[in-house]
Design a protein around this ligand. Structure first.
Ligand code: AMP
Length: 142
């Protein structure tokens, strides 16, 4: 069942899709946009959002998952390569009780290195020059 709450077109990711707020973009096509998380849990933490106006997993049309997850896979591979990561986590927080804070569907791509801890979700804002350098590394890895 789709969630009952309507999609809010003034959410921060909708504004990014419209180019109204800046983002350290690493990928964009007609299906998805990917950019660095401003409060990364690991270096190179990337978010992948569909271009459809959907809040969460129940709202995404069944036939849109294939194209979207194909982008998630491609972007995850570029994040891993560009950040020289040893592994990855894919995460999706669904609904307020699930930890979701921005109500436009997104997957988190988290590069991982052995022994390195994850920072808390939404812990602190990263410096712009660090995000800029990491975004360039990831863009160069496609
Ligand atoms: P979630 O809690 O799963 O909805 O994740 C939302 C994510 O969006 C959090 O990890 C935030 O750090 C991130 N975020 C919020 N605002 C921005 C922004 N302007 N640019 C990049 N990432 C953002």
């Amino acid at each position: 069942m789709p969630t009952t709450d309507p999609y809010a077109p003034d959410n921060i990711f909708a504004k990014m899709l419209r180019g109204e707020v800046p983002a350290h973009r690493v990928f964009e096509d007609d299906v998805a946009l990917a950019f660095l998380d401003i409060m990364p849990q690991t270096p190179g933490h990337t978010l992948v959002i569909p271009k459809l106006a959907v809040r969460g997993i129940e709202d995404m049309p069944a036939n849109a998952w294939g194209p979207y997850m194909t982008r998630v896979q491609t972007i995850a591979a570029a994040v891993k390569k560009g950040m020289e990561a040893e592994g990855l986590n894919l995460r999706q927080y669904d609904g307020a009780a699930g930890g979701q804070t921005v109500f436009h569907l997104h997957f988190h791509v988290l590069p991982r290195w052995g022994g390195e801890m994850l920072r808390r979700h939404g812990d602190r804002i990263e410096k712009q020059d660090v995000l800029k350098e990491q975004a360039a590394r990831i863009r160069a890895a496609f």
